[in-house]
Design a protein around this ligand. Structure first.
Ligand code: SAH
Length: 301
């Protein structure tokens, strides 16, 4: 998110929104992080953020107390999307989804099957899935699929580290097809069990049954050697530095998308050239939950 002079930063915006209308923001700090990511990491969110900042700047100073502001609440719910197809169309309109194949896959894998019962599945926002984890916002799923699409051709191999609900693992499986491999690694056994159920209800069920899609309980910092090397690696949690095992398990010609950093993170795109050398560029700034040990993640849970 680029701030022009005079703009307030996403952080300040979050504080202001929280002060003005606390009911609009989740109480779970991990969700706050993802709200920040959804505000700051894509053209869609940039547009939402600048509109919210414009609204914020017009507010009387008296709102900076603890009173909820109805106008703000209206703004934030107005964009709510009620169907998966509508959600995908919005992501296309805002330029986050650029490729027909990626849009088709996101339309085919119904996000509603992957969010906990009672959540609003078609809103462009991350949601808590328990265990101090979240399902990422749709625009982040779309962004990562777009970044990896050339390495998700039929027959290719994909690794999804921190697979959570299994949503992206299922999308990868549809992209690479029955001749390819889509492997999800998640270190919370309950989330893996739930993700298997989610996939069983989805359009990727047959791929799970046939074994081209698999979900495993493991520490994703070590990758998954059994199916390596991978054409595409996605990491859904932020690493302090890129794990060596993941670099090793990336195929020459392969691509990895990984958030790197502690509090503020860069969504890095790592390319391994055919000669094995590595290039890295930063795509955008994001806020993800950390790639960490199970015990560290479950502290205070
Ligand atoms: N992309 C997923 C989940 C994102 S949240 C989705 O959208 O559904 C990040 C996930 O990474 C969480 O489920 C968390 O439990 C997992 N995670 C964190 N550290 C991990 C590790 N060392 N190994 C495996 N999974 C990890």
């Amino acid at each position: 998110m680029m701030n022009s002079p005079g703009d307030i930063s996403p952080n300040k915006a979050m504080s202001a929104l929280r002060l003005c209308s606390p009911r609009l923001l989740p109480s779970n700090p991990h969700l706050h992080r993802h709200y920040l990511s959804s505000l700051s990491s894509s053209p869609f969110s940039s547009s939402l953020l600048s509109r919210s900042l414009a609204t914020f700047k017009k507010l009387p100073r008296s709102c900076l107390g603890s009173q909820p502001v109805l106008g703000m609440e209206h703004f934030w719910t107005r964009g709510s999307l009620d169907k998966n197809k509508t959600l995908v169309e919005h992501l296309q309109q805002y330029g986050v989804l650029k490729t027909d194949k990626v849009a088709e896959v996101m339309e085919t894998i119904d996000r509603g099957l992957f969010v906990p019962h009672g959540s609003a599945p078609y809103v462009d926002s991350p949601m808590s899935i328990g265990y101090n984890a979240t399902i990422s916002a749709p625009h982040m799923h779309a962004t990562c699929l777009e970044l990896l699409k050339d390495n998700l051709q039929p027959g290719m191999r994909a690794l999804d580290v921190g697979s959570g609900t299994g949503y992206l693992t299922a999308c990868f499986a549809l992209m690479v097809g029955p001749q390819g491999r889509s492997v999800g690694i998640e270190h919370i056994p309950e989330l893996v069990a739930a993700s298997i159920e989610n996939v069983r209800r989805s359009a990727a069920a047959q791929l799970l049954k046939d074994g081209s899609l698999s979900l495993h309980v493991a520490d994703g910092r070590f990758g998954w050697r059994e199916e390596a090397p991978y054409d595409a690696i996605h990491v859904g949690a932020a690493a302090s530095e890129i794990p060596q095992a993941l670099l090793e398990q990336l195929k020459p010609g392969g691509r990895m998308v990984i958030p790197v950093g502690d509090f503020f993170q860069d969504l890095q795109v790592v390319a391994k050239k055919p000669d094995g050398s590595i290039t890295i560029h930063t795509e955008t700034s994001v806020r993800y939950v950390p790639l960490t040990s199970r015990s560290a993640q479950l502290q205070n849970y």
